[in-house]
Design a protein around this ligand. Structure first.
Ligand code: C2O
Length: 542
């Protein structure tokens, strides 16, 4: 196994999109940021230096971080932010994961421009689980704002309103030629007749689940979130923010130019959304072919049937070790809310007029609030009291018809910094239940420090009596982010074998700020190999 050393310089860089030049925060002047390529078993050492005027941290989305939670990155969860002028070296080993992950800033909305791919190939000399592709390409889906994204989120924190929508979706940082002033930069993906490309698709958008397709070509899905799948063929993918999907694409069509396209799957029912399309060009053989690219059909913004069919095609390639018995049977509601800014919460999340109604969100009616002068992991490790409590409820405080017409009295969650404590090695099941408070929504729920099995999903209220019969304990897919259906539920299982403080949150950035998160605090087991490593000496303090 190799050790890869990288330096990330975070700084403001002029970037021109949609006819205007902006000073965007980037890594090493690149937008999207550098692609990291490693083999399973390798170690990454990334020194991040912050030359921007904002705090920053970097999260390695989907990396298990076995006992190295100090390198996970979410601000005020596993570290204090790297202040302007500061630096921090993330050091971790990727073990037992193959496929596509990514990295992104985990501080305010910096990840709008601070993100990149993390490619993990099999161990040196070992094959992929599918026939070796001739080439590989990476597609990062994103969102672009004409305004500084940090100002966009700050404005919404001030007013309590939903943040402004982005001005374009992007493929590898480029809106593509259907947007103004964007023809020149449109991403071109080369392919050769008869050959097969492995295409790694990452949804790095802040707030938008996206459909993805390529004109006239079938896509064979082979892995998601760096876990292999039983291959299946489809013409369209849906990725929630945070999710990755790897597909095999064979050049079996007449040599031509074909559009690669992505467009919104409307996550919140009856909410405004942007229905524009981002494009790249699949270019056969050489650049002499110059026809107008062929446009693929895309599902309608509300085509939930396609989404359901797609997610129900996911299976592990073989029998997997899902815990058959469980020690922790948890039920978390996930949903929005409306709150007045309480007098005792005059912080970043709650500015402006005290009595104006503002958006909020919660799990089990707790709207998660980050500490602001220490990280949760530091407080846990050093046994510093008063930073968080461990009374996050295993079940919602009141049972109600979650997907029905919910009484207005249940729309106001209570802010808190609460964790749920798990014993080392405990076998955990979590039912994630969407609520229709304000509006039902497809929430991409991401758990740090773990992969989990998605053993079932469905619509309406989860019913333990009849829905347990649907559990797949044989070959369910393994992921780190589950798109919980709007007006529905998903059930996940995992073994709590990684000690640390792990945030579980909705990967729609607007919802993190509103409190759609909690902390799973996994205690140390017995001995060194079941305990979190000591913190690095350069861990940023507040
Ligand atoms: Cu990809 Cu907590 O994030």
């Amino acid at each position: 196994a190799k050790i890869h050393n990288h330096e990330f310089l975070v700084e403001a860089t002029p970037v021109k999109r949609l006819c205007k030049t902006h000073n965007s925060i980037t890594v090493n002047g690149q937008y999207p940021g550098p692609t990291l390529e490693i083999n399973n078993g390798d170690t990454l050492v990334v020194k991040v230096t912050n030359k921007a005027r904002y705090n920053v941290t970097i999260h390695w989305h989907g990396v298990r971080q076995m006992r190295t939670g100090w390198a996970d990155g979410p601000e005020f969860v596993t570290q204090c932010p790297i202040r302007p002028g500061g630096s921090y070296t993330y050091r971790f080993t990727v073990d037992g994961q193959e496929g596509t992950l990514w990295w992104h800033a985990h501080s305010s909305w910096l990840r709008a421009t601070v993100y990149g791919a993390l490619i993990i190939r099999p161990r040196e000399g070992e094959p992929f689980s599918f026939p070796k592709p001739n080439h590989e390409s990476t597609i990062l889906l994103g969102e672009w704002w004409d305004k500084n994204p940090i100002d966009v989120v700050r404005e919404s924190q001030r007013t309590g309103a939903a943040p402004n929508m982005s001005d374009a979706y992007t493929i590898n940082g480029q809106p593509g030629d259907l947007y103004k002033c964007s023809t020149k930069g449109t991403t071109v993906v080369p392919i050769h007749s008869g050959e097969t490309n492995l295409v790694r698709v990452i949804n790095a958008a802040l707030n938008q689940p996206l459909f993805f397709t390529i004109a006239n070509h079938k896509l064979t899905v082979v892995s998601a979130d760096a876990s292999y799948l039983k291959p299946f063929t489809t013409s369209v993918l849906m990725l929630g923010p945070g999710q990755t999907t790897d597909v095999l694409l064979t050049a079996n069509q007449p040599p031509s130019r074909y559009y690669i396209a992505a467009r919104a799957y409307q996550s919140a029912q009856n909410a405004p959304f942007d229905n524009t399309t981002t494009t790249a060009i699949l270019q056969y053989n050489n650049n002499s072919i110059k026809n107008k690219p062929i446009m693929p059909p895309l599902p309608a913004y509300n085509d939930t049937n396609t989404v359901t069919k797609f997610s129900r095609s996911f299976f592990s390639p073989r029998k997997v070790e899902v815990p058959a018995e469980i020690d922790e049977n948890l039920f978390f509601t996930i949903g929005l809310g409306l709150n007045n800014c309480p007098k005792n919460l005059r912080n970043r999340r709650c500015q402006g007029p005290v009595n104006r109604t503002r958006f909020t969100a919660s799990m089990n009616n707790v709207s998660f609030t980050l500490p602001n002068n220490i990280s949760i992991l530091q407080a846990h490790y050093n046994r510093i009291p008063g930073v968080f409590t461990t009374d996050f409820p295993a079940k919602p405080p009141v049972k109600f018809d979650y997907t029905g017409n919910v009484s207005r009295s249940l729309w106001q969650p209570i802010p808190g910094t609460k964790a749920y404590k798990l014993k080392f090695g405990s076998r955990v099941q979590i039912v994630l239940q969407d609520t229709s408070i304000v509006t039902p929504e497809n929430h991409p729920i991401h758990l740090h420090g773990y992969d989990f099995y998605i053993i079932a999903e469905g619509f309406g209220n989860f019913d333990p009596k009849k829905d347990t019969a649907k559990f797949n304990l044989i070959d369910p897919p393994q992921r780190n982010t589950v798109a919980v259906p709007a007006n529905g539920w998903a059930v996940i299982r995992f073994v709590a074998d990684n000690p640390g403080a792990w945030i579980m949150h909705c990967h729609l950035d607007a919802h993190i700020g509103w409190g759609l998160a909690t902390i799973l605090l996994v205690e140390d087991g017995v001995g060194k190999l079941q305990s979190i490593e000591p913190p690095p000496l350069d861990l940023p303090l507040c």
